[in-house]
Design a protein around this ligand. Structure first.
Ligand SMILES: Cc1cc2nc3c(=O)[nH]c(=O)nc-3n(C[C@H](O)[C@H](O)[C@H](O)COP(=O)(O)O)c2cc1C
Length: 205
């Protein structure tokens, strides 16, 4: 699948929520061997963390940057469709180029994080042409990382960190906009920018 041991990759993790609806979130992931495992670190209060604790299974989906941004910020710009996993009871992202279903082995609380060790139980590839690298899409992923951290910092009354993240995001989004063109990536930039503004409005004076 081309995943190198120890490298931090960004993927879309899919799980089922309590009400049976599929849930997708952008997450960092590492693969280790001997024994083969997928390491994830969802925030303890994230929907993904709660779903993994309850259902004990999920899927790691290798997907284009646009899906990572959508799954992180729930913008409603990039449509995602879900199918049923073939081995475990987890949804899979139909638009992914590769999907690894996993069952949760170990799950340990570490400060505000859950350290999850998943055992891969199936691997599926989908034939898709390689897409050219887009700096705009890559920048949007970086903006999404920063924006997804703002609310947790505000929740901990760490206003200065939240402000710094927003200021970093603001610098990156202008380059992303310049390079995006007017199609779907352009729409995604607009939606991310709107999210940035709405988070800025939530910063206490
Ligand atoms: C590239 C990228 C990587 C991320 N990695 C993680 C992660 O490893 N753990 C985490 O809790 N949130 C991570 N996030 C943030 C979540 O995707 C985002 O907060 C999400 O809405 C929270 O997860 P939930 O929908 O399961 O509640 C990441 C966001 C991005 C854009």
């Amino acid at each position: 699948m081309g995943l190198e041991e120890g490298v931090h990759y960004e993927v879309v993790v899919t799980t089922f929520s309590e009400d049976g609806s599929p849930h997708a979130a952008a997450m960092g992931c590492r693969v280790v061997s001997q024994p083969l495992a997928i390491l994830l670190k969802p925030h303890a209060e994230s929907q993904t963390g709660r779903n993994l604790l309850r259902a004990r299974c999920g899927a790691v989906n290798v997907a284009a940057p646009e899906y990572i941004v959508e799954a992180a910020l729930d913008l409603g710009v990039v449509p995602m469709s879900f199918g049923a996993g073939e081995v475990v009871g987890a949804p899979v992202l139909c638009e992914a180029s590769a999907v690894v279903e996993f069952s949760v082995g170990e799950m340990v609380r570490d400060d505000v994080w859950l350290r999850v060790r998943g055992s891969p139980v199936s691997l599926k590839y989908r034939q898709a042409p390689a897409r050219p690298y887009s700096r705009s899409a890559a920048l949007l992923v970086e903006v999404a990382v920063k924006l997804s951290r703002v609310e947790p910092f505000l929740g901990m009354n760490r206003r200065e960190e939240a402000l710094r993240l927003l200021s970093d995001a603001r610098a990156l989004i202008e380059d992303a906009a310049r390079l995006a063109g007017g199609g779907r990536l352009g729409l995604l930039v607009s939606a991310v920018r709107e999210r940035l503004y709405s988070l800025e409005r939530r910063i206490p004076p």
